[in-house]
Design a binder for this molecule. Structure first.
Ligand code: GLA
Length: 424
């Protein structure tokens, strides 16, 4: 009798736990939905208060996080990102009675509390050196396609932290491109849109980025990561549906600027390696070939190429392991990626290394799968795969220890893979 009673108790506890867990998850989803709806309402209100009429179009695009495959996109390699539940939202309308031709675009950013006006003169739009260059570049892309614009008013706001390594710039570009598709009545194919946004970032703010960020923001798929082959520009959606694990993003709150030169320098170093190895991209090189040519190159160039060639392999392996539910392998590959970015590619920093160390230290007993820096580096965020049931404890523990060690308060949130850009 006793043992039956014990089992019944156990079952009840189990059912209660499953019920509670489901409720927490449903609450999290409901909260995210509510936060997003609030963001949309705020942007609409901001539009009305600054431009004194109602917005006609609402567009949104998400930021992204990359699980593995860092600094491989501009080397023709694999990346494994997903869109996150953090977005930029735009509200817009054409100005009353505004003719086509010499046109003004007025933009108010709630995040920056700043209003700027761009001018389109003779079908061209000038660079200003301001944050609006990310927007001007997208207009330039559409002007090149022969689109004509009337004067437009735009209000924007978002919850993708600016310069935090979660692609706030790609989210801004892609949200503007999505808006302009609606304004112009011209739908681009997803890859045309990605490439237009990437070109805008190259030509206007002048950041020589790869295609990962824009691709994830355009093509994000709920509950899926995207295994993107940056050579063929084709992606495979890999399911991430397990409730057991969550994606935890920790912002070191140390900011970096990719435009500041280090990113471009890494690209140039990779080009030097491809020349010495006589390949078109590092995707075409193997570790054996690199070793054979080691004596022909500077040790720094050797280490840069070793990171890229190794990281491309790790990314393919991580996708295979995730499909097989082999989380231990996914975690080992994430850690190997971090150490390679820290030691060979030298794009990590003290704060990111501390976050990785703390997450693994505190996470070992809690079944943390893996963690690493994510994005361009020199600050920004780490990405971790953690058991959903341990999220609260981990957030509290890592947060306290990180602040003790660095004097900086980190920001943290969990996210599921989200949908890409769309009109609302
Ligand atoms: C930035 C760039 C991307 C990519 C990453 C590093 O986010 O915009 O194209 O190169 O850095 O993986």
């Amino acid at each position: 009798m006793e043992s039956i009673a014990f089992n019944i108790d156990n079952n009840e506890t189990l059912i209660k736990n499953i019920y509670l867990k489901k409720r927490v998850e449903t609450n999290m989803q409901a909260n995210r939905k509510e936060e997003f709806n609030n963001l949309v309402t705020r942007v609409e209100a901001s539009f009305e208060s600054h431009f004194k009429h109602q917005a006609r179009w609402i567009a949104t695009a998400p930021g992204r996080v990359n699980l593995i495959g860092e600094h491989t996109d501009y080397n023709g390699g694999f990346v494994f990102p997903m869109a996150i539940e953090r977005n930029i939202v735009l509200a817009a309308d054409e100005r009353e009675g505004a003719p086509y031709g010499n046109t003004e675009i007025t933009i108010y950013s709630e995040n920056l509390r700043d209003k700027q006006t761009l001018k389109i003169v003779n079908n061209t739009i000038a660079k200003t050196g301001e944050w609006t260059d990310y927007i001007a570049g997208i207009f330039a892309g559409f002007l090149n396609l022969g689109v004509k614009f009337k004067s437009l008013d735009i209000a924007l706001d978002g919850d993708v932290s600016i310069g935090g390594g979660l692609s706030s710039s790609a989210a801004l570009e892609v949200s503007v491109a999505t808006l302009l598709e609606a304004v112009a009545g011209k739908t681009l194919s997803p890859i045309e849109k990605v490439l237009l946004c990437q070109k805008a970032e190259h030509d206007y703010p002048g950041v020589p980025c790869g295609i990962m960020d824009q691709f994830a923001s355009v093509n994000g798929k709920k509950d899926h990561l995207l295994l993107l082959d940056c050579e063929s520009q084709q992606a495979e959606a890999v399911p991430f549906t397990s409730d057991q694990y969550s994606i935890l993003i920790i912002d070191s709150n140390v900011k970096h600027s990719l435009a500041s030169g280090a990113y471009g320098k890494r690209r140039t170093e990779c080009e030097v390696a491809t020349e010495i190895l006589n390949v078109s991209t590092l995707r075409q090189a193997s570790m054996v070939k690199l070793e054979e040519n080691a004596n022909k190159m500077d040790p720094v160039i050797f280490r840069r190429a070793r990171h890229v060639i190794g990281e491309i392999k790790r990314t393919e392996q991580a996708a295979v392991a995730m499909k097989a539910g082999d989380w231990a392998t996914v975690g080992n590959l994430m850690l190997a990626s971090h150490y390679s970015l820290r030691d060979d590619y030298e794009v990590s920093c003290k704060e990111l290394d501390i976050l990785v160390e703390l997450t693994m230290e505190l996470g070992e007993a809690k079944g943390v799968v893996g963690t690493r820096m994510t994005g361009g580096g020199f600050g920004g965020c780490t990405v971790s795969v953690v058991p959903t049931s341990e999220v609260d404890d981990l957030i509290a523990g890592v947060s306290q220890r990180y602040t003790e060690k660095t004097g900086i308060e980190p920001a943290m949130f969990i996210t599921r893979p989200a949908e890409g850009a769309r009109m609302i």
